[in-house]
Design a protein. Structure first.
Length: 486
DNA sequence: ATGTGC
């Protein structure tokens, strides 16, 4: 029997089994690469640098098992967006490019007890009020002006709750309970702190958005019930990151690593993968600064949650508690974390890098909060603003296949520049409203063009692969009602 | 993604 292969331009992938493809280990690769995708999705990454970047990643010291590209992978800075790498936390390294510029870019889902027919007719008022109360776009704008950055960096959502921007239960429904105690504000540059000070509580630009959605499909009744999701329910999705703060932290440490660890850099195939050796002072410093940026991003999403609750109170004229606007979960899409994983029958501490990938721990994993320990964690995968999103549950196979991870979105099909040549923002908004009853309000028409539904892959296909592999199980699907963007 | 560059 001949082995099935896939010819992806410069690379030939070998099929391991359905939806699992291997980039064979050769030359100086330390491990093989793996792509988790259907053939349709594979075809969409043959013309960009995704596979080259996946291959480059396998050169990182201490990389375990294989470098992984998720079904939604596309090219990024150094390392694919939609990439996962587990690097030995003792003898390996940590790489800012494999975390991403937008540290802890992520998404949270806020539930309500409202049904779609209760908000129908209020879409325009809702979208205008959200747009007026949630700062969007490039540059400044904040829910909290001149914010106490040091406290936010140290305590994350805990700070926000103490200040009245949330409630105790928000903490239990956020990855890492809303803050990383390893955060070290002393390792963050003044420049980063200055940029963050007036951006606490702001959506930003690009693919970031706040979207009101309705639940349209339930695929797994028992899990949906545990998650508090039901047909026709209104939910809110908040997608944003650490703004200029995280960007500055990434920039600072890339430069610092290039200066301090030139020897390691010379051994790597790409300068964009610059890494600090595990155990070095710089690795510790970056980890502390990255954790601070993670806390900043969680606080950012918490402050936007606060604004959202207030807007709903005004539009629907009742307290948010009465509308049961509780968090389902807040998941990170761009992080590295010390986690213990089984590698060839041995427990090993790794820096798990997830860049454009979501943690997808199954039931039983000790990091999960009590609410989800027996069912598995919610995983939130946004599609484009025309497609809606999915809620999944961390799958049983994620620990053995992907260091406990799955996809994070639909994945881009084309560059932003290309998108602006293909689409005009106003037309995209008109089409969405007229054809799909989706109300979009944005700071910039160019951003809408960059994010037009047609620039994204088919999120249904991405999620189908995750479900088939058992790394993230499909629980529910949502469809957009209204959306605000930068 | 980003006070839209190296």
């Amino acid at each position: 029997m001949t082995e099935k292969t896939f010819d992806a331009g410069d690379f030939t992938l070998k099929q391991v089994r359905e939806y699992v493809w291997e980039l064979p280990q050769e030359d100086d690769m330390r491990v093989p690469g793996r792509v988790l995708a259907s053939e349709t999705l594979l075809e969409e990454i043959t013309d960009d640098k995704s596979l080259q970047q996946l291959r480059d990643t396998t050169h990182l010291p201490g990389i375990q098992k294989y470098a992984i590209a998720m079904p939604d992978a596309h090219q990024g800075y150094g390392f694919p967006v939609g990439g996962v790498a587990g690097l030995d936390a003792e003898n390996g390294c940590i790489s800012p490019g494999a975390v991403g510029y937008d540290i802890n870019c992520g998404v949270r889902m806020l539930k309500t007890n409202l049904k779609y027919d209760e908000i129908k007719g209020h879409e325009a008022e809702l979208v205008n009020s959200l747009f007026a109360n949630v700062p969007t776009g490039l540059g400044g704008g904040a829910v909290v002006d001149n914010a106490p950055v040091e406290e936010i960096l140290e305590r994350g959502v805990q700070w926000a709750v103490e200040e009245g921007y949330g409630v105790e239960s928000d903490l239990a429904h956020c990855e890492d309970e809303g803050f990383r105690p390893e955060a070290d504000p002393a390792k963050v540059s003044q420049k980063a702190k200055d940029r963050g000070r007036n951006q606490a509580g702001s959506l930003g630009s690009g693919n970031h958005f706040l979207e009101v959605q309705r639940v349209t499909d339930i695929y797994h009744d028992d899990v949906a019930r545990e998650f508090g999701l039901s047909d026709d329910q209104i939910v809110v999705l908040i997608h944003c990151g650490s703004r200029g703060f995280g960007h500055q932290v990434c920039t600072d440490y890339l430069r610092e690593i290039e200066q301090t660890h030139q020897g390691l850099l010379d051994e790597l195939p790409s300068k964009e993968l610059a890494a600090a050796p595990a155990g070095s002072q710089l690795a510790e410093d970056y980890y502390g600064a990255m954790c601070a940026a993670i806390n900043f991003a969680w606080t950012n999403r918490q402050l936007i949650t606060h604004q959202t609750r207030q807007v709903f109170e005004r539009v629907f004229d009742r307290p948010w508690e009465e509308m049961e606007m509780e968090l389902l979960y807040d998941v990170s899409h761009n992080i590295a974390k010390r986690e213990v994983h089984d590698v060839d029958g041995e427990d090993k501490e790794l820096f798990v890098h997830r860049k454009g990938a979501t943690r997808a721990f199954p039931a039983g994993r000790q990091e999960l909060p009590p609410a989800y320990r027996d069912v598995g964690q919610p995983v939130i995968i946004p599609g484009s603003m025309g497609a809606g999103s999915y809620v999944l549950r961390g799958g049983e196979n994620s620990l053995s296949e992907t260091f406990g991870s799955t996809a994070h979105g639909a994945g881009r099909l084309m560059s932003r520049t290309q998108a602006k040549n293909e689409y005009w923002g106003e037309d995209v908004m008109d089409d969405l409203r007229e054809d799909n009853e989706i109300y979009v309000k944005a700071e910039s028409g160019a951003t809408v063009a960059e994010e037009a539904p047609g620039v994204y892959k088919d999120v249904d296909e991405v999620v189908a692969v995750s479900d088939a592999l058992g790394i993230g199980d499909t629980v529910a699907r949502t469809y957009p009602v209204c959306n605000i963007k930068g």
